[in-house]
Ligand binder design. Structure first.
Ligand code: ZN
Length: 849
């Protein structure tokens, strides 16, 4: 076995595997530095395959023995695995390999985290466990035997037998290797049960390290809610008698949907009021739902190849977003999703890393677990639903489950069920999967005394590898308002299919005011060319909650851009309109808190760049601070009222109402702290009995240049809690002044609790550094150098996490020559590092291109 050379893999080259698997038996003899894995796999020739080569992937394995039909097999080492000559008939492959979980710091395959064994196989980690056709279209039923001294020995499916030091598991559902999982450790479980709609009882468990058992109740409830929701809304019932979740401290991603044995980054499942913020609770609920929903969209129907990743991820994100919207506030959920899309996906799609929702080539698939595949992938599903309607969507999805259950499917299969059940031609719609870039939607209005006309046009700028863009199908949700704010036309969906198209609305005796792209009906950039008065009108009157919020956001945006480019003072019309919204008690607190927010500094940098202006991070920072100070001054009387009115008596609950009130109170506090030197925040800190209030207070104190004492007290109080300490690390960087960000970060990397091997801790520090726009881009270049230095250190330890964090540099070409030169030098330094991983190499190459 040799390591695979970096090569580019193409979607168009797909061919099926030459063999079918009739069953897999694995035996694990666990030992930290020398685990033995015995495999017994029944193969038979695949009549549909033309490539009959018997090739098994393998990486970092020591082969002890291999046999075919009981006779020692001659295996040849080839790139990325082994080959052997096999009979043209069914045969049994047996192999024994040795692996080293203890030294596996890449956290892919079988590794150890705090003394427990666990696995991570998606996308191509199973090949680090044993020789296997490690590709999602090869599905098989697994039987797994575990021999180890740990109290708890888990794998996928149902337990067959268990005794001291031994466990045998059987997963009846054929699955690809990436859904395999094994966990062994001295764990405790938080149990639960769920009765499915057909009356079957399912045992549920959340497994944690001792000490974390009181942080499971919320996750358990979220799991039950998810199971119920998937039955109610998608008609999908769980299909095993047992569902296990395990919390792991060292994990590259958020969580993993292994069949019947989900493995979670502990930050995405463990929650308690004292240690978790409202945001944490919300995220945990969504991720538990996401992984659970994968059981049908991902596991029962999986992907033919990794190019189809959005088939499971886009759909599953869409489903978890629907779930959150149903359980909490739909408008608040939608606004949050759009903020995330604009914050993460738009920059990706408008820079060197831009790629289609379904990429056509890659070197390292781990680099394609992106905001584009996930979040834009979900937007594409949402548009499809908007276009066909709710009932047709349900019918098509039912057909998808009927037709493809047990399959490794493609985007073509997905679209085909919509075509077959609706009769619609989705040929043009499919461009959403193949064209990268963010379309720009431009609007012009006409009115002749009776007919109101909207002239819509679309265009997409060239992206890497795609110079020409064709028009896409864009569902544009539009409503019309009268000048007194009444809705004179309820929301309609305009289908823009051409580069330019006009839509007429007749019989309007007065000129209506359009509300366009309601609920953000497509992931595009809307250019409306409207003035402040119009935006203020929509902020006051729009009947679509998303667009009402959007009107305020646009006013804030324009105010900031004017300040940055011309030094203008914050826009009084914006502050007036915002004040009226904040005073409106009929609007829920969470929504008003979102209204109080403003565009991020990196968003502003992106907007300036789009407008052909080189962003100056210092000027952006100053303007952003000025606007917040202007709010603090303009709402001097209102803020204490908002703060008071949203205090909650009684026990903490992370529900939508409670978290909404806390978010508004905390938003008010952060502005109040700009004028009272942190006095109220200190009060809140002193009496806080939950992390949401405690952390917000500390954040305000640091922002106000105070909080030294509280910062030390916080560390004292929480030094034993890894997840809380991650917040402590991040917060100091987030609240540092731009010229101190690199220094503060550097100091924190010298803290005894900074451990680069733990992805959460590394991200808490380096992620905060790269997300502090003015600090990261400080003209002294110290932050660029510091991040590069740490990426170079981390790469040999954990390539996946290193590669993902390289995206901090993806916007380097936006900036002035001096900054570009500095960033480019750091990119070169990383690129020229000896033995750079394939993951990081691909990312740096693309970013530099
Ligand atoms: Zn997923």
């Amino acid at each position: 076995m040799r390591d695979a050379a970096p090569t580019t893999i193409f979607l168009k080259d797909y061919t099926p595997f030459g063999f079918i698997i009739d069953g897999v038996e694995l035996t694990f003899r666990l030992a930290p530095k020398a685990t033995r894995v015995l495999s017994r796999i029944k193969f038979r020739p695949n009549p549909d395959a033309t490539d009959k080569r018997f090739f098994l992937h393998g990486e970092s394995l020591t082969l002890i023995s291999a046999a075919i039909d009981g006779k020692s097999a001659d295996v040849r080492d080839v790139d990325g695995g082994i080959e052997a000559d096999v009979p043209d008939a069914p045969f049994v492959w047996e192999a024994e390999v040795e692996i080293n979980p203890q030294d596996n710091t890449a956290l892919e395959g079988l590794y150890m985290s705090n003394g427990m064994y666990c696995t991570q196989c998606e996308a191509e980690g199973f090949r680090k466990i044993t020789y296997y056709p490690d590709r999602p279209d090869v599905m098989a039923a697994f039987e797994v035997t575990i021999e180890g001294n740990e109290k708890v020995l888990l794998s996928n499916g149902n337990p067959l037998s268990q005794s001291q030091g031994f466990a045998k598991w059987q997963d009846p559902w054929p699955k690809p290797a990436y859904l395999f999982a094994l966990v062994a450790g001295d764990l405790l479980n938080h149990p639960g049960t769920f009765t499915t709609k057909s009356g079957r009882q399912v045992d549920l468990n959340i497994w944690v390290r001792p000490g974390d058992e009181n942080k499971c109740a919320f996750g358990m409830q979220a799991l039950k809610d998810s199971m119920k929701w998937d039955e109610d809304v998608y008609g999908r019932e769980y299909d095993l008698d047992l569902f296990n979740i395990v919390a792991v401290d060292d994990f590259n991603m958020g969580a993993m949907e292994n069949k019947g044995l989900n493995v979670f980054n502990s930050s995405c499942v463990l929650a308690s009021p004292e240690t978790s913020t409202d945001g944490n609770f919300e995220r945990i609920e969504a991720i538990i739902a996401h992984e659970y929903f994968h059981n049908w969209t991902g596991n029962r129907i999986t992907c033919r190849d990794w190019f189809q990743l959005c088939l499971k991820e886009g759909l599953t994100v869409y489903r978890d977003q629907q779930f959150t919207a149903d359980l909490r506030s739909a408008p608040v959920a939608r606004i949050s999703n759009v903020l995330a899309l604009r914050g993460r996906q738009f920059p990706e799609d408008q820079g060197p890393l831009s790629h289609p929702v379904r990429p056509e080539s890659f070197q390292e698939i781990n680099n394609f677990y992106t905001a584009t595949v996930y979040e834009k992938g979900a937007e594409v599903i949402g548009m499809l639903k908007t276009l066909v309607g709710d009932a047709a969507y349900s019918k098509a999805v039912d057909l998808y489950f009927d037709r493809h259950d047990g399959d490794a499917a493609t985007i073509e299969d997905w679209l085909q069920v919509f075509e077959d059940s609706t009769g619609r031609d989705l040929g043009q719609f499919k461009r959403w999967y193949s064209q990268s870039g963010t379309p720009r939607l431009t609007v012009r209005e006409d009115y002749d005394g009776d007919t109101f006309t909207l002239h819509l046009s679309q265009s997409t700028a060239p992206t890497p590898g795609q110079d020409e863009k064709l028009p896409q199908v864009i569902p544009v949700a539009v409503g019309l308002l009268s000048p007194n704010g009444d809705e004179v036309m309820a929301t309609q969906i305009l289908e823009l299919t051409e580069a330019e198209q006009s839509f007429r609305f007749e019989g309007h005796a007065t000129r209506p005011i359009p509300s366009i792209l309601r609920d953000f009906s497509a992931p595009v950039i809307l250019e409306q060319g409207i003035d402040k008065t119009r935006r203020a009108f929509l902020l006051a009157h729009d009947t679509d909650p998303f667009n009402r919020w959007e009107a305020g956001r646009m006013l804030a945006r324009e105010s900031l851009l004017a300040s940055i480019t011309t030094g203008a003072a914050p826009d009084a019309a914006y502050l007036d309109g915002l004040g009226a919204v904040l005073r409106d008690d009929t609007l829920d607190a969470a929504y008003r808190a979102l209204m109080l927010g403003q565009p991020t500094q990196s968003e502003l940098a992106g907007l300036l760049h789009e407008a052909g202006i080189t962003p100056d991070p210092e000027a952006i920072h100053t303007a952003s601070e000025d606007l917040r100070n202007a709010k603090a001054a303009a709402f001097g009387d209102l803020l204490p009222v908002l703060y008071q009115d949203n205090q909650i008596d009684g026990p903490y609950s992370p529900d939508a109402d409670g978290s909404g009130k806390r978010s508004l109170a905390n938003a008010a506090l952060s502005l109040i702290s700009r004028t009272d030197g942190g006095a109220l925040a200190a009060e809140q800190y002193a009496k806080a009995d939950n992390m949401t209030l405690q952390l917000a207070a500390l954040s305000c104190l640091l922002d106000a240049g105070a909080g030294k004492e509280q910062l030390a007290a916080f560390e004292q109080q929480w030094h034993d809690d890894r997840l809380v300490m991650d917040k402590w690390f991040s917060l100091q960087i987030m609240q540092a002044k731009p010229d101190q960000v690199a220094e503060v970060t550097k100091r924190l990397t010298q803290h005894p609790d900074f451990d680069m091997k733990n992805p959460n801790r590394f991200r808490a520090v380096m992620g905060a550094l790269s997300m502090h726009h003015a600090g990261f881009h400080h003209k002294n270049g110290a932050a660029y150098a510091l991040l590069a230095e740490w990426l170079i250190k981390l790469d040999p330890v954990n390539p996946q996490t290193t590669a993902r964090m390289c995206s901090a540099f993806q916007t380097w070409k936006r900036y002035d020559p001096a900054r570009q030169t500095m960033m480019s030098a750091e990119l070169d330094r990383i690129a020229n590092t000896k033995d750079l991983s394939r993951d990081t190499n691909e990312m740096i190459t693309r970013i530099r291109s």
